[in-house]
Design a binder for this molecule. Structure first.
Ligand SMILES: *Cc1c(COP(=O)(O)O)cnc(C)c1O
Length: 388
């Protein structure tokens, strides 16, 4: 693994922030170690909002970080529940399981799950795991969910409730499914809306596009649950995920969940699928929810959007033959026809075949994360030119 630290800034193809967290984060870790965290068996088993029979946990940090992020996503303070999960996928799993239980309880039949081909592959796995019948919704040219297609699909499956996954920041194209359009299509339907904002959920609340992820607007609820990865935008050193839902959705879920298993052993209905849960990560990730951390995230958000715009502009001018695309102004992703294998390898670019004029054409993308500074992007542009 020698040499890896120097090369980490050149990783442009995947949505991970390769900037090492500030020294204060490592000092915080040492402080946590002094009280025993990560030194002996702490466990966050259970619902962080319930009294815990086992005191060696970090539920207080977990609740506080959920409260702080919930405020960013404009959840109502008295209508919030959540926990720190293992990953974005784990958070998606809780959202989909919650939606499935709650809708089955209301309608007496399980929901069908609606998502597009641009949704993350974890959604396909989870739909399979939960035995949910999939309805594939079509997309617009930019890759976002088509409201017309959603409307048609909903009408076709009117006899089942709808569990809809909105992806705010699709993995390859950076497209944004519109929560407002989806809500409009769902009027009059028994439905649950889960928002998968694994990457964009980290930075959008700090930008002019914060409304996109607001849980409440004009007094109305816009979605039921949200999933955000901690290791993507935030640069948390190992996988973890934020999961937040409304307290109303959680309480309804919990009533059904308590019938699934016997809560006697723990003296509570845990609320999470997994029993033992990591206590170290919530205490560590709490560091990323302070006022100063949010200020750093605001600066990073500004930088990545402005650098994505810089990269897109430069590529359009200098490499029009690569046909670069940036799906929208909220996106830090630029995708383009796959350059040489050498460039793909040097910058660890993710590649994917996209349909163009009836053919499958190989594409690559750059996800502009905080480590991808102008200097790194300029080096990338110059290597693109050399290879061209
Ligand atoms: C990365 C990603 C996921 C999966 O998140 P993990 O934290 O890697 O499990 C889910 N959805 C989207 C849109 C993603 O980009």
């Amino acid at each position: 693994m020698a040499g890896l630290p120097e090369h980490k800034r050149l990783l442009l193809g995947y949505p991970v922030n390769m900037v090492t967290p500030p020294e204060a984060f490592f000092a915080w870790r040492r402080e946590l170690a002094l009280v025993g965290l990560d030194q002996f068996a702490f466990n966050n088993v259970g619902d962080p909002y319930e009294h815990s029979h086992i005191e060696f946990n970090s539920h207080a940090f977990e609740r506080e970080l959920i409260t702080r992020f919930a405020a960013l996503y404009r959840f109502s303070a008295d209508d919030t529940w959540g926990f720190l999960s293992n990953s974005g996928t784990d958070s998606n799993m809780h959202g989909l399981y919650m939606g499935r239980k709650l809708l089955t309880g209301r309608a007496g039949v399980p929901p069908k799950i609606y998502f597009t081909a641009e949704a993350h592959y974890s959604i396909q796995i989870l739909a399979d795991l939960l035995g949910l019948e999939r309805v594939e919704v079509g997309t617009e040219v930019d890759g976002r969910m088509s409201a017309d297609s959603l409307g048609l699909s909903l009408a076709e499956h009117a006899d089942h409730p709808a569990l809809v996954v909105a992806t705010v920041g699709t993995t390859f194209k950076g497209a944004v499914d519109s929560v407002d359009e989806i809500q409009a299509a769902l009027i009059g339907r028994e439905a649950y809306l889960h928002v998968d904002a694994a990457l964009f959920g980290g930075y959008l609340p700090h930008t002019a596009f914060a409304d996109e992820l607001a849980q409440r607007a004009g007094g109305a609820s816009r979605y039921d649950s949200i999933a955000v990865s901690c290791h993507k935008f935030f640069g948390f050193p190992s996988p973890a995920g934020i999961y937040i839902c409304t307290r109303a959705a959680f309480d309804e879920f919990r009533a059904h969940f308590s019938q699934v298993h016997n809560p006697e052993y723990l003296l509570q209905v845990p609320g999470t699928i997994t029993c033992s849960r990591d206590a170290v990560k919530p205490a560590e990730f709490w560091f990323f929810s302070s006022r100063e951390a949010f200020a750093r995230q605001r600066a990073d958000a500004k930088q990545i959007l402005s650098d994505a715009s810089y990269l897109y502009g430069a590529m359009k001018t200098r490499f029009p033959e690569l046909e670069p695309i940036r799906a929208n102004a909220l996106s830090n992703t630029v995708y383009f026809k796959k350059p040489s294998d050498e460039v793909v390898s040097t910058y660890t670019l993710a590649t994917m075949k996209l349909r163009r004029d009836g053919a499958q054409v190989p594409y690559a993308h750059v996800v502009v994360m905080p480590h991808a500074t102008r200097a790194v992007l300029d080096q990338f542009l110059s290597d693109l030119g050399r290879a061209g």
